[in-house]
Design a protein around this ligand. Structure first.
Ligand code: BES
Ligand code: MN
Ligand code: ZN
Length: 467
């Protein structure tokens, strides 16, 4: 799987139709004359943000379109154009510079659709002429990375098990000449990944747990080392602390962190960023069987810290504990982890704004700023040391659920991860939702890439020698 859907940005076209971006109550001069003004009035086109009006030519063909920008044009709204415009080649008029490039990227992101399980002919679709000077291949790499993450999340758990994630990882590694090591099943115990094994061992034999490790340019020791870590729970039933029906319904998406780590890793390699890269993905199914780990069990971890299981549904932090510890063995300069870790994150910030945790103020500022610049927002949350006591265990070094008094479930989960995070360099954790629950044109309900473009932009700024 590598997101096979058409490239929606083109460099130039012999003929293209204009989409005129019009401010609220803005003048329509230059959009087609008196006939257009009359047509716009007849359709009550006011330039309200997101309003779209297709313009007819004299012969009834499509001649162009008006697109409302509201008080100020938000380039992100161009996502809708990829869905709402008639098939054809289009160009944006009335937008320039960085906004035009952002709008073109948004258009391409908006064209994603998940049709793997639908037998229907691919109808023609709108394409957009990219603004002059835009690096189209670079933009399409970003779009493809987002599409890969979304497609992996959208794919049902039956077809996106640990093996399928491994297959995608092998493909990604192969494309860029990276090394890949997969430690699977009982071998996890021999290699000392006890927490990953415990969480995943209840799955059927074909879906055994595994740790996937990609390494790229590791011999270029003068380069900074970036580690990307992802939670790859291919389905989270909750384990013996089984989830209710509503809570389980969307748990195919619980490998969203792994999808993000792999897609961002591919993007870093394709962009040829001058770094060394390690991508670590723990791919497991949190299943129920006679062999499932239990509430009250005490697990060992790679780090040597023992973990009392208060709740088998707090499984993501367990597999990340071993994966983060492994990342630390590479002495990374920068570690980013992505995980659909807690329901509490969504309660705190809703589906669209992923919590960011890091103790490094400069990294936080860089990520927030990059997120603003590329329209992929994050919100910083505290690694509040006052709540550390909530994950103390009476019997073990730490517990995987937190005492009820602390309440802030996303924060206490992040504090748990912090105990296992690399001690070298800086570390940031993103508790992503990886899902859009609210369907709008250009934003279909389903898998969502979150914080990935922000992370990529941050990495490019931090490590690019060219900039
Ligand atoms: N994968 C879930 C978190 C989740 C739930 C993310 C819904 C997005 C939407 C995670 O493994 C989980 O079940 N977390 C529990 C932890 C609790 C048992 C301490 C949670 O957040 O309720
Ligand atoms: Mn869970
Ligand atoms: Zn989970």
């Amino acid at each position: 799987m590598s997101a096979r859907y058409p490239d929606l940005l083109v460099a130039e076209a012999a003929a293209s139709l204009p989409v005129h971006v019009v401010l609220k109550d803005g003048a329509l001069d230059g959009t087609g004359g008196a006939a257009t003004v009359a047509w716009a009035r007849a359709h009550e086109f006011t330039g309200k943000a997101g309003q779209l009006l297709v313009l007819p030519g004299p012969d009834g063909s499509v001649a162009g379109a008006l697109f409302g920008a509201g008080e100020a044009f938000d380039p992100g709204t161009a996502r809708a154009l990829a869905v709402r415009l008639p098939a054809g080649v289009w160009r944006l008029e009335g937008v320039a510079g960085a906004d035009a490039e952002s709008a073109a990227l948004a258009f391409a992101l908006g064209g994603y659709r998940f049709d793997r399980y639908r037998a229907r002919p691919d109808a023609g679709r709108p394409l957009l002429v990219a603004p002059k000077g835009m690096d189209i291949p670079a933009a399409l790499r970003i779009v493809a990375a987002c599409a890969l993450a979304r497609e992996m999340v959208d794919t049902p758990a039956a077809d996106m098990g640990p093996l399928q994630i491994e297959t995608i990882a092998r493909e990604i590694a192969g494309e860029s000449g990276a090394t890949i090591v997969v430690t699977e099943g009982e071998a996890l115990l021999e290699a000392n990944y006890p927490a990953i094994h415990a969480v995943g061992r209840a799955a059927s034999p074909a879906r055994q747990p595994r740790l996937i490790e990609i390494g790229w340019n590791l011999d270029k020791t003068d380069r900074p080392l970036v580690a990307l870590v992802g939670k790859g729970v291919v389905f989270d039933s909750g384990g013996l602390n089984i989830k209710g029906g509503a809570g389980m319904r969307n748990m195919k998406k619980d490998m969203g962190g792994a999808a993000h780590a792999l897609a961002l890793g591919r993007l870093v390699m394709q962009s040829n960023l001058p770094v060394r890269l390690v991508v670590l993905v723990a791919a497991v199914e949190n299943a129920i069987s006679a062999d499932a780990f239990r509430p009250g069990d005490i697990l060992n971890s790679r780090k040597g810290l023992t973990i009392e299981i208060g709740n088998t549904d707090a499984e993501g932090r367990l597999v990340l504990a071993d994966a983060l510890c492994r990342a630390g063995e590479h002495a990374p300069d920068l570690t980013l982890d992505f995980a659909t870790l807690t329901g509490a994150a969504r309660i705190a910030l809703g589906p669209d704004l992923p919590p960011l945790y890091t103790d490094d103020d400069a990294l936080a500022a860089a990520l927030l700023e990059a997120g603003r610049a590329v329209g992929d927002p994050l919100w910083r949350m505290p690694l509040w040391s006052g709540y550390r006591a909530a994950i103390d265990s009476d019997l073990a070094d730490v517990r995987n659920d937190s005492a009820a008094w602390a309440q802030a479930g996303s924060v206490t989960a992040a504090l748990f991860l912090q105990k296992f995070a690399p001690e070298t360099g800086v570390w940031a954790h993103m508790d992503i939702f990886a899902w859009n629950p609210r369907a709008r044109p250009g934003w279909p309900e389903g898998g969502a890439a979150q914080a990935m473009r922000a992370c990529h932009a941050m990495l490019v700024r931090r490590f690019s020698t060219a900039r």
